[in-house]
Design a protein around this ligand. Structure first.
Ligand code: GLU
Length: 927
């Protein structure tokens, strides 16, 4: 009997109780990575455990909710029965509590390597995962260093929310606005609704706290809803973010910051992971980047335990089997726990040491950023020394963002002619190819200069952007930029002060002002006196004056000119009388004949009269030619009737002529009137507010109204210019009411604004902008149509200044003629005085007397008898023959009057008088 007992004991000692087997239990919730790390770690540690051998005993923990803890407990009992000296796990929170309680009771070290928010202080716990309150501190420090002023936390579940409460509290104390959203409340795997919601709220900074298994899907869905662009910043708290494939997000320009505790670039990590994954065909290289934090922590924990085991003698480790239902516990358990708690170890996750509660509250994190070129480290965080940013994220951003090279912009535009238009082709086009126009081409040119890519999207309602007065929210393209639906906006987008507060603009690529588009004026009915139009009233007056002056000077000149006194009967060699054709009536008639370009039978003979006549004819030639030419211009001109000429007369006459007016609804023009302090413009805005039917939603509708109705459309000069080149019945009225420009808009503080502005200036300097304008305004799509019709030049009446010269010529000519006539006269007097021996003075007097006798056109020819002596005998004779001459009054033919009183003819012979009489009678008969 004794031998049998001895044999049994020997077999038991050999087979069951192997003093050099140190059993370590594990429950990893089926996580293969953890199990693999656990077995690998034990194998690896055994290499250094001289004479001792650790053994991994892995149990599957139960997942059934209600039964889970009980089943887990049963499995734990089994493990205890197998003599475990330490317990890893379990993984599920609901199972942890029971296992922890059992470990406490049996004094078995309870090792956790994952985040357990609810871990409470117990005697047996050793949690290798960074202690959650310290992690919260790390998050807080990082967000403060990133200088976020407002951000949204996207958390996964209650546990993650619990872990962030401290972060929220701390940041709010620092005046940072924190919004909180649960990613997937109903666990459907669809994060899009909440992502869309946060996107439309305008938030751009996010803290994402979710399990690593869900992180790729969250990021992917963020990309799908447009939250992965250069405008967004993410801080991902998961320590394993770097182990996922982030390539799809690397080029998204989103600023992603992450943290890790395992440095994949460390030699030790690379060595361990290459060993661990040596047989894993799915991880052929960069194994260190696949090593998850939990796995690394398990390896560290096993190594730390094994280190402790080395310090403990074998007997102490001989735990034996502990029954669950007994009160026995492992006597050496707390010693082991304290040994581990008080020792330090430099493992895969850095230096490991515990606080007295068994939590790892002192650890270091690496802070990194996701960049196109990789995942560079930008700083570290340490529980004792805090945050240390070695490279400022902000600076890196600016360096990176300010370069436009290889960036892809979403450019929003509207189908507003000629800035953006659909190509007119039968081919099926896709993408950017569908569009053409000034704005499209400008963006293309800028992209060639700066090396960026672009995708056009269209704003269907053509709204450029207006701020809601109540909510302050921007509509239109400005809203699209603010809400990150687009990166750039180009169209007829006017730079206004309030828009410039909400977004950034490049330097203007086009300058313009507000003006009025209205129908061309109709033709005025021809006026009754339109023949008088070619000359201005003062010209007509001057012409009439010239006519009188010339007629009178002809009359005077005619009388003074010696040659104009002619012998009425050329057959009588020595006539006693001379006659003069320049009667008052004849002078006027001659001038009239000249004026009408008809001439008259009167022909000037004397040099002075001919000169005067010549100058008059020249004057007439010029005046008539000018008149004819200007009359032609007047007849060709459509004399317009303008209902108004500018904005003031429009407002004044609007009611009288039933003219409606308005501008594009919600456009910069309406904003201009709304903001203006000018009473006239205020009145216009009031009218606009009251007549919403006159406020078209698009420029095209306004143009239609202007064309078809009595409607004046306040429009920007560039657009008016475009329209009037194609709608020939429309024109611009009045001057520009303001001076502004169109620019390319982008979000506030865009780093690429300066470069785009410089590129625009370059295009301007090279004349490229002007070419573009000419192309889209004057050449394409029916441009220049209306120019060919030829704008008839305005015909204006000729004023005095137009014909001034010819008046001077006439005046100087007349003055010359006066001089000539005076010289002629003097010469003649000298001649006569010599011939008649009458003194010069007497001759001059006699001649002047007969010239100044305006009543008669007949003058006697002076002879010797007219001298003082001769005149005496003559007067005697006169007395005798008085009776006979009285009856022969006015004997001069052709209407020439002989003076009745003291007529020089009295001295003439009777025969001559008779002859005159008979001729006179004849002429009166014939007339
Ligand atoms: N260019 C204007 C804007 O940016 C639209 C046209 C207008 O208001 O006349 O809103």
């Amino acid at each position: 009997m004794f031998y049998r007992k001895l044999l049994f004991l020997l077999v038991y000692i050999v087979c069951v109780v192997r003093p050099n087997d140190i059993n370590i239990g594990g429950m990893f919730g089926g996580n293969e990575d953890n199990e693999k790390a656990f077995t690998y770690a034990i194998e690896q540690a055994n290499r250094n455990l001289e004479g001792k051998n650790m053994k991994a005993l892995i149990e599957k923990e139960s997942f059934e909710n209600a039964q889970g803890p009980f089943n887990s407990m049963m499995k734990m009992c089994q493990l205890l029965n197998e003599g475990i000296v330490a317990m890893f796990g379990p993984k599920l929170q609901e199972n942890i509590d029971i296992i922890q309680a059992m470990c406490d009771e049996k004094e078995i070290p309870h090792i956790l390597t994952w985040k357990n928010y609810r871990s409470i202080r117990t005697g047996s716990i050793l949690n290798f995962y960074p202690h959650p309150p310290m992690l919260s501190k790390a998050y807080t420090d990082i967000i403060l260093s990133l200088e976020w002023k407002t951000f949204t936390i996207l958390y996964e579940d209650d546990e993650s929310f619990l872990s962030l409460i401290e972060v929220i509290r701390e940041l709010e104390a620092n005046n940072i606005i924190v919004n909180v959203r649960q990613l997937d409340k109903y666990q459907t795997g669809n994060y899009r609704p909440i992502l869309k919601e946060v996107k439309s709220s305008g938030q751009t900074y996010f803290l994402i706290d979710c399990r690593i298994e869900h992180l790729p899907e969250v990021l992917l869905q963020m990309q799908q809803v447009g939250l992965m662009t250069g405008d967004y910043k993410l801080f991902i708290t998961n320590l394993d973010t770097h182990t996922e494939d982030l390539t799809p997000f690397q080029y998204s320009e989103t600023n992603i910051t992450g943290i890790r505790i395992v440095n994949p670039d460390s030699e030790y990590v690379q060595k361990i992971s290459s060993e661990m994954y040596a047989e894993d065909k799915s991880i052929m290289f960069m194994q260190s980047w696949k090593l998850k934090t939990e796995s690394a922590l398990i390896i560290d924990a096993v190594n730390m335990l094994s280190k402790a085991f080395m310090e403990i003698n074998e007997e102490s480790l001989a735990i034996g089997n502990i029954q669950c239902n007994s009160t026995e516990s492992w006597a050496f358990g707390y010693s082991l726990i304290n040994l581990v708690k008080t020792s330090t170890y430099n493992g895969l996750t850095g230096l490991i040491n515990f606080n007295h509660e068994g939590f790892r509250s002192d650890f270091s994190l690496e802070i990194y950023e996701l960049k196109e070129g990789g995942i560079p480290m930008i700083g570290t965080w340490n529980a004792s020394s805090g945050i240390n940013i070695t490279r400022q994220g902000k600076i890196v951003d600016e360096d990176n963002l300010s370069s436009l090279h290889n960036r892809t912009f979403i450019v929003i535009t509207a189908l507003t002619d000629p800035y953006g238009m659909l190509k007119e082709t039968h081919e099926v086009l896709v993408g950017n190819d569908r569009f053409e126009g000034y704005g499209i081409e400008l963006i293309h040119q800028l992209s060639l200069m700066e090396g960026f890519n672009y995708t056009f999207i269209i704003r269907e309602d053509k709204k450029n952007g207006k701020q809601d007065e109540l909510t302050g929210k921007w509509s239109g393209m400005i809203g699209d930029l603010i809400e990150h639906r687009a990166d750039l906006a180009i169209t007829d987008l006017t730079i206004t002060s309030d828009r410039a507060e909400a977004v950034d603009f490049t330097t203007p690529f086009m300058n313009l002002g507000i003006s009025i588009l209205f129908r061309k004026p109709g033709k005025a009915p021809p006026s009754f006196f339109s023949f008088a139009d070619p000359f201005a009233i003062e010209t007509w007056a001057a012409l009439a004056m010239a006519y009188f002056v010339v007629s009178i000077s002809l009359y005077a000149m005619g009388r003074l000119s010696v040659d104009e006194w002619t012998n009425p009967y050329p057959c009588i060699e020595e006539p006693e009388y001379l006659i003069n054709q320049w009667s008052f009536a004849n002078s006027f008639w001659f001038a009239t004949g000249g004026l009408m370009q008809q001439g008259s039978e009167i022909a000037p003979i004397g040099l002075s009269t001919r000169m005067t006549a010549g100058v008059w004819w020249f004057f007439i030639l010029i005046m008539v030619s000018s008149y004819t030419a200007n009359l032609a211009a007047f007849l060709a001109t459509e004399n317009p009737i303008n209902l108004f000429t500018d904005v003031a007369s429009l407002v004044e006459n609007a009611e009288k002529f039933k003219i409606r007016y308005g501008s594009k609804s919600g456009g910069a023009t309406e904003i201009f009137f709304r903001e203006s302090t000018n009473p006239l413009y205020k009145k216009i805005y009031q009218h606009m507010k009251e007549h919403s039917e006159d406020m078209p939603l698009e420029n095209n509708y306004g143009v239609d109204l202007a064309e078809k109705e009595q409607y004046a459309f306040f429009m920007e000069s560039t657009s008016i210019n475009y329209v009037t080149q194609r709608h020939c019945d429309l024109q611009m009225y009045g001057n520009l009411l303001d001076d502004k420009g169109y620019g390319i808009a982008m979000r506030k503080n865009s780093p690429y604004r300066q470069q785009l502005s410089t590129a625009i200036l370059k295009l301007q300097a090279s004349g490229e902008l002007d070419n573009l304008r000419r192309k889209w305004w004057e050449e394409r799509r029916g441009g220049g149509q209306c120019e060919s019709e030829g704008e008839s030049a305005d015909a204006t009446p000729l004023g005095l200044q137009n014909v001034e010269g010819v008046f001077y010529v006439t005046i100087y000519g007349a003055i010359c003629a006066v001089f000539i006539v005076m010289i002629e006269h003097l010469i003649y007097v000298i001649k006569v005085s010599r011939k008649t021996k009458i003194s010069f003075k007497e001759t001059f007097k006699l001649e002047l007397k007969s010239y100044l006798n305006f009543e008669s056109n007949v003058k006697p020819v002076l002879s010797r008898e007219d001298s003082k002596e001769g005149s005496k005998s003559k007067s005697e004779e006169e007395g005798k023959s008085e009776k006979s001459t009285k009856s022969e009054k006015n004997p001069v033919p052709y209407g020439f009057n002989i003076p009745s009183k003291e007529s020089p003819t009295k001295s003439n012979s009777n025969s001559t008088s008779k002859l005159f009489k008979s001729k006179n009678e004849n002429s009166s008969h014939s007339s």
